[in-house]
Ligand binder design. Sequence first.
Ligand SMILES: [Zn+2]
Length: 337
Amino acid sequence: MRTRWRFVLALALLATQTVAHAQSVQAQAQATSVSVKADVVTITVNIDVPGVSKKDAKAWKADAESVWKEAFGRLPYKCFKLQLVVNVTPQSEDFEARPDHHLIFKTDGVNGMVLKPRGDTTFPYENATDGAWGDLPAAGFAHEVGHLMGLGDDYTEVSKNPRVTKPLPGRQHTLMADGGPVDKALVDRLGAVLRKAGKLPSSCWTGAIRVRVVETFPEGTVCNLAGDGRVTLIVAGSGEVSGTIDVDSTYTCNFGFSDQDSASMDVAGQRTDEGFTLQLSSSCKCYGVLIFPPDRLLEVPITGPGRAEGTLTFRLSVADYTYTSSLECSACEEAVG
Ligand SMILES: [Zn+2]
């Protein structure tokens, strides 16, 4: 497969836009892969670079990752937190191309290209592709890695020799147009590509939960736990649910005791057409009170398109528990009804 990168070099020097060769490389494993853990979506871009020094490989990785890390930090995709890992592996000049790595040839000068179809595409998630990158600024590497995540260019070429490009209307000063910052439109387009490639969970629900626990002890002591929480639920295609509930609460008793605490609970369960059935890990036994008893299920019925809400009450020993939940789908694949 040595010919693969020689071919790419030739293509790069000709600055042609053809993708015929890259399309012939059908990946078994994926050169751009995606893993999802709860609401964290990690995109991993694996590239082999023949002849690159270890130092340059490190710099390419750091440059591309830092630009996207800064962007993903301020711009989530709906309720998903995106992350990028770029693995740049230096290779000898005569190594064999691998189907689970993109192959980037190091060129001279300030230029970069990746072979893929025009526009936003799921292509890099299904195929190892090829490119040629020179001595680019950080935004340049981030732009090229943007292509390896499936983003298209946001400029047109107004002249070939000398090459002059012009950002598309409304795309001035953004990464895929002229090396400017990543904007919300780019993150939303990336999310749409991930969705189209089948890499995202089927939906994500967020909302609020109110927790009230009233303990009435026989000798006359009464204590109240009042908590307000944020709920994030990720639903897989199978209906399996995972997520978190974070609750800030105060606890007061009629003998003058008062305290505050916060709890973070993991959630697991199922979503059906009727609603959510959730089991919570009650990691916080705040003030000796369980925020949620682990042997109970939290049920939140679906009440409308993209909405689930309900109140659950039960009594355990001296305590009356009340949970009021209100959830909305923030990344539904299709209308939920
Ligand atoms: Zn480009």
